[in-house]
Design a protein around this ligand. Structure first.
Ligand SMILES: [Fe+2]
Length: 204
């Protein structure tokens, strides 16, 4: 029996400040659900794919394996992104401020780096906890399943694909980045940071 990824409708945010419900609707219903749908299709097909015909130039098995991580990471990062957004402004917890200040000199320097990463890449700006070193890093990714580092836990995901903001901002990505920062659910980021710190203690 093939695996199955369930769509998480409860993660869809509403009434954000500076990101319209229409924008969120297109993004959630078309893009996020599209990754989930294709991932499930791939998982249906993979068990029967002929491993004896595996070939690095072209083979059905290779294509399925390639798009498996594209759609898996696409579904996963979108769930973190939508889960990180909430209606109502929350303040940044001291524990989060302290952690980013430790690795980026100050909270303000981290924001500057996080936003610059969001401008410099085509897909994602991600705040991750690196379990290899115990440090926080900002990772930029052009595609869901590229540019990451292994053994890192995503704490905050900022989608910078055009589909995430064009309905509201057209080509003005910087305005969208400001809006995103106003709607972060910091409590969730704090919880993920705390879990990542415990995981790091177990890893090292
Ligand atoms: Fe997206």
């Amino acid at each position: 029996m093939a695996e199955n990824w369930k769509e998480k409708d409860q993660l869809k945010p509403k009434d954000l400040d500076g990101i319209s419900n229409q924008q969120v609707d297109y993004h959630f219903e078309t893009h996020y659900k599209g990754y989930v749908k294709k991932l499930n299709e791939i998982w249906e097909k993979l068990p029967a794919s002929d491993r004896s015909k595996a070939n690095q130039n072209y083979s059905e098995f290779r294509e399925l394996k390639l798009e498996e991580t594209f759609n898996y990471d696409g579904a996963l990062l979108h769930e973190i992104y939508f889960g990180n957004l909430q209606n109502g402004h929350s303040t940044v917890p001291e524990s989060v401020k302290k952690a980013v200040a430790r690795d980026f000199e100050s909270y303000e320097k981290w924001v500057e780096d996080f936003k610059a990463t969001g401008i410099a890449f085509r897909g994602w700006s991600l705040l991750v906890f690196d379990l290899n070193t115990g440090k926080l890093r900002n990772i930029g990714a052009d595609v869901h399943n590229t540019n990451g580092i292994w053994n890192a836990i995503v704490l905050l995901a900022l989608d910078v694909y055009e589909h995430a903001y064009y309905t509201d901002y057209g080509p003005k990505r910087a305005g969208y980045l400001d809006a995103f920062m106003k709607n972060v659910n910091w409590k969730l980021v704090e919880e993920r940071l705390s879990k990542a710190e415990k995981a790091y203690q177990a890893f090292k």
